[in-house]
Design a protein around this ligand. Structure first.
Ligand SMILES: [Zn+2]
Length: 430
């Protein structure tokens, strides 16, 4: 399909300045941005008049557990380990394939409505249902089967991650990438981590892991192995290939420099870190050191939304508060984390993250005709400090319009919400 977006304020994320112009999409790619050649302005099947709209790359959620939407508001205001052991894991044990499917569909609906075009998911079992939901909804995703070694003596979860890779990697017209998901240092033995690293590197894949999230994790790994979580994962070979490390709240300066020398990116999850009182990740230090940082929401039960606009504001505010330095994380740096940073973290930066001719057409439009954008001073800072996810009117992924004028086109929202409500009621019944 050929789509022409006319007269938009365009933020390409290759530079902080906005430009007024058009965007031409042909099939799954951006054909031209800004000044579209006159001879290309005709012949589009779809023309979107985008006066008073801002076009920008779709937001990329670099760390979540999509089907945890079913556990939204189920166990709030608890410490991480209590939350996991006493509430989340027992409820997750009751989840079947249907639950995973509808929980993921609910997550995808929320993400598309809020301008998220790609997400990195670590969950399971039944990750094939997540892949199905990604395929039918049109969104883009990096999927990994969350492998908790302590609960996997037969290494069935590793086999499931391999099967997921074999069946779905590069599937759905290239919208699905499959990585491997050792859950965390405190849930996986060294031998178990080595097995997953080997499975990933053999297939040219990557690793998605939680890292240095809480002080209790640091204490546990110190007690068990006399190491820091980074040293522990390094010894197991987890950093010997592409690695997406969620949180990194408790990384030392030396560890940040060490990870910078590896193919490691951090997924920063400020709302989850604040809600669970995990701490404030040293994001400004990471960026100053040149370590790549993406932005994620974590699961809906520790957030409690999948709203990347809320997450961007939180990232800026948390950095400013924790460093007592208002210049520590400027708005444009936050926008970069949610787009190019996350794209790089998922090894998708050649295809997505910016609006450039030749890249995949993953982009969103925001309605600027809102009181919270007035007066409009062409300041991209407002996208971090004033914007709301409900400002998103159009979401396009791989050249397909998934939401038009705030209406989802590939998802029956009423059906999804009815199923999700039913599933959630069953798994959270005590
Ligand atoms: Zn997580």
């Amino acid at each position: 399909m050929r789509i022409l977006i006319k007269n938009a304020q365009i933020l390409t994320m290759t530079a902080p300045e906005l430009q007024k112009g058009d965007i031409l999409i042909i099939e799954d790619k951006i054909a031209a941005v800004g000044q579209v050649p006159r001879e290309m302005l005709t012949g589009s099947e779809k023309v979107i008049e985008a006066d008073n709209h801002l076009a920008m790359p779709g937001l990329i959620n670099a760390h979540t557990h999509a089907a945890m939407t079913l556990l939204r508001s189920y166990a709030d205001d608890l410490e991480l380990m209590t939350w996991l052991h006493d509430e989340i894991w027992p409820a997750e044990d009751k989840m079947d394939a249907e639950d995973i499917y509808w929980g993921t569909m609910l997550a995808i609906a929320e993400m598309i409505k809020g301008g998220t075009t790609t997400f990195a998911d670590m969950y399971g079992p039944f990750m094939d249902k997540v892949a199905e939901a990604v395929t039918s909804s049109g969104i883009r995703a990096n999927l990994s089967r969350g492998c908790v070694g302590a609960a996997d003596p037969e290494k069935i979860k590793i086999a499931e991650n391999i099967a997921l890779f074999e069946q779905y990697n590069n599937g759905a017209d290239g919208r699905i990438k499959v990585w491997f998901g050792p859950h965390a240092p405190y849930t996986c033995s060294k031998e178990y981590l080595q097995k997953l690293a080997q499975a990933a590197w053999e297939r040219g894949s990557g690793i998605h892991v939680h890292l240095a999230e809480t002080t209790s994790e640091l204490e546990q790994i110190k007690e068990g192995y006399g190491l820091s979580p980074v040293e522990y994962l390094a010894q197991a070979g987890i950093f010997d290939g592409p690695c997406l490390a969620a949180h990194g709240v408790w990384l030392s300066d030396e560890e940040i420099a060490f990870l910078k020398g590896k193919d490691v990116s951090v997924a920063h999850n400020p709302v989850s870190n604040m809600k669970l009182s995990s701490g404030a990740a040293p994001v400004a230090k990471m960026l100053a050191c040149g370590l790549n940082v993406g932005l994620g929401t974590d699961g809906a039960s520790s957030n409690n939304s999948l709203d990347m606009f809320k997450e961007m504001a939180a990232a800026a505010f948390l950095s400013k508060l924790s460093t007592m330095e208002p210049t520590s994380l400027p708005a444009y740096e936050v926008l970069k984390m949610a787009t190019v940073g996350s794209a790089k973290a998922l090894h998708w930066d050649k295809e997505i993250g910016t609006l450039e001719a030749g890249k995949k057409a993953d982009l969103i439009l925001l309605d600027l005709n809102q009181p919270h954008f007035c007066p409009w001073n062409n300041s991209v800072n407002d996208l971090v400090y004033s914007a709301k996810s409900s400002d998103v009117t159009h979401t396009i992924v791989n050249g397909q319009i998934l939401m038009e004028e705030r209406k989802l086109l590939t998802i029956d929202l009423a059906e999804v919400m009815a199923h999700a409500q039913k599933c959630a009621k069953r798994i959270t019944a005590k």
